[in-house]
Design a protein around this ligand. Structure first.
Ligand code: NOJ
Length: 550
């Protein structure tokens, strides 16, 4: 079947279902809530939804621990509610993609329960190893969430590998039966009418043969031995040929630590392409090193370097996925912008990424400028990774410093319920919310943003509509200026008879600004801005402007 690459002309919205909108009053977001908000989602100019996992799950990792791949969790409304949402989305010309989480399952999954008991054909569905002679763990790999990557199972008398939580055993993708299961899952959802998949840590599915000790990495040991592993391309090709090729669908692969060169192996637009887009992490590393938990001051230069690298690196060869936020990182205004200039900096951030080449994703709440959450007590955090970081990491630091570290780094900041109104429970639920609300909901909420023509929400709508109307944004070239400036981001998009200049200030202080040579601002139309006028020669705090020559 022809792959029409429809994703190239759309903007996506990511829903993390627990915290989007509760429709039945039990305090947890669900598909009834999504159904209610489909017109709101459409009003953003969005043409696609990525759902974080909706499947039955014990919830150890908020749904990324799946116990049944072919169903929808009852607390989200079950299959009936999902089909209604899918139909409602399609009726509005919104595509729907699911999260495919097949590096691991939940330990409650039937496959794992049978594998522990050596019931065929499940015996080798997971990565089991005996203790080393003398009794040690099978190798020195670390879990990315908690401690070592091995857990002893009494029933089976062996260790199993878990790169994430103990309750998330890794599947043995080297087993052809497991790969058959993946193809069945893909076909099941595609036959149901979904339009594609975001593939969770898919670059981890092929582990180096023999699972050797990692002698290079001081932390996250093993990462180099299972990320982009030896059979990854082969397995992705199998999934493509054995399922995806038969549907006009799209795939978005999560690729921690991936660089342009490696990404091109999978996404280059030539025969053998197996993935449409990659979620790269370089744009998430402008205020940290490798992980959000190794925090550094925000560096705009680093951010621009990452953006330029991917814009240039994929130009004419492959397609970028663009994002500022998702459910795994703190809120972007708090990281890369300014809470003091919340709305202005939110707009500058939006303009800085929305006019690049690729498919932009907007994460729930990003469009109204939700910010980080600062609980007084570390016990209030829910996330398995966050809790472990507090309890077991950096224990020599004072409690205050440890808590501050979570404020900077925890992904729970992106998981507080969406703030719909300034009313009870921020309009998220009529019951008791499953998680804490950010206290700023009285000020920051959808209703207030709807009522204010200058809000970030309306800016997102204008920016998305503008982007969709400009062919140069889809196919023009990308040229970055002022690469060494730590205070502004300036780039041009040129093509299809159009020239666009995007100018974004990232500073609380006013700065001088001159357009790059060859860009005569007096001949341009100012098509988007976040102040009401545009004096020549300077940029005010977090000012952004988009100029068009056409
Ligand atoms: C990446 C997901 O985005 C994250 O939320 C999850 O915890 C891990 N993969 C494990 O599935």
């Amino acid at each position: 079947m022809e792959h029409t690459q429809w994703y190239k002309g759309r903007v996506f919205y990511q829903i993390w279902p627990r915290s989007f909108k509760d429709g039945n009053g039990d305090g947890m977001g669900d598909l009834w809530g999504v159904y209610e908000k489909l017109d709101y989602i459409k009003s953003l100019g969005v043409g696609g939804i990525w759902f974080s996992p909706l499947y039955p799950s014990p919830g150890v990792d908020c749904g990324y621990d799946i116990s049944d791949y072919m169903d929808i969790a009852p607390e989200y409304g079950g299959m009936e509610a999902f089909e209604k949402v899918l139909e409602g989305a399609h009726a509005r010309d919104i595509k729907v993609i699911m999260d495919l989480v097949v590096n691991h399952t939940s330990s409650q999954h039937e496959w794992f329960q049978k594998s522990r008991r050596r019931i065929e054909p499940y015996t080798d569905y997971y990565i089991w190893r005996p203790a080393r002679p003398g009794g040690g763990l099978p190798n020195n790999w670390d879990s990315l969430f908690e401690g070592k990557a091995w857990q002893f199972d009494e029933l089976r008398g062996e260790y199993y590998l878990h790169l994430f939580a103990v309750e998330q055993p890794d599947l043995n993708m080297d087993n052809p039966l497991v790969r058959e299961e993946v193809k069945k899952i893909l076909r099941f959802w595609l036959d149901k009418g979904v339009d594609g998949f975001r593939e969770d840590v898919i670059t981890f599915i092929s582990k180096t043969e023999g699972l050797p000790d990692d002698r290079l990495m001081p932390a996250s040991r093993g990462l180099l031995l299972y990320n982009n592993g030896p059979h990854l391309l082969e397995y992705l090709t199998e999934f493509y040929d054995g399922a995806l090729a038969d549907y006009d669908c799209m795939t978005l692969a999560e690729g921690p630590m991936i660089n342009v060169k490696k990404a091109l192996r999978y996404i280059e637009e030539k025969p053998g392409k197996v993935i449409d887009m990659i979620i790269q992490f370089e744009c998430m590393s402008a205020d940290c090193i490798a992980t959000d938990y190794i925090h550094t001051p925000f560096s705009l230069r680093r951010l621009k370097r990452a953006w330029t690298k991917w814009q240039k690196g994929l130009a004419g060869k492959a397609w970028n996925m663009l994002y500022l936020e998702n459910h795994d990182h703190p809120r972007v205004i708090s990281r890369y912008g300014s809470e003091k200039y919340r709305v202005l900096s939110g707009k500058t951030l939006a303009a800085a990424y929305l006019f690049q080449q690729g498919t932009p994703f907007v994460y729930q709440g990003q469009e109204i400028g939700m910010t980080n959450w600062y609980p007084a007590d570390p016990e209030m955090y829910e996330d398995v990774q966050t809790r472990w970081q507090y309890l077991h990491k950096a224990t020599k630091r004072s409690p205050d410093k440890r808590l501050k570290r979570l404020w900077d780094a925890s992904r729970d900041s992106a998981r507080t319920p969406v703030q719909w109104t300034d009313g009870p429970k921020a309009g998220f639920t009529e019951g008791e919310p499953w998680f804490y609300l950010n206290e700023n909901y009285k000020e920051v909420n959808v209703a207030a943003a709807e009522a204010d023509p200058d809000s970030l929400l309306h800016f997102y709508r204008r920016a998305i509509a503008l982007r969709q109307s400009l062919p140069a944004v889809r196919s023009g070239s990308y040229r970055a200026f002022d690469a060494f400036s730590g205070k502004r981001c300036v780039y041009a998009r040129e093509g299809e008879g159009q020239r666009l200049l995007v100018v974004c200030a990232f500073s609380e202080a006013e700065q001088r600004f001159r357009a790059p040579a060859g860009f005569d601002l007096s001949a341009a139309k100012l098509v988007l801005q976040n102040y009401s006028d545009a004096p020549q020669g300077k940029l005010r705090p977090y000012e952004c402007r988009v100029y068009l020559w056409a």
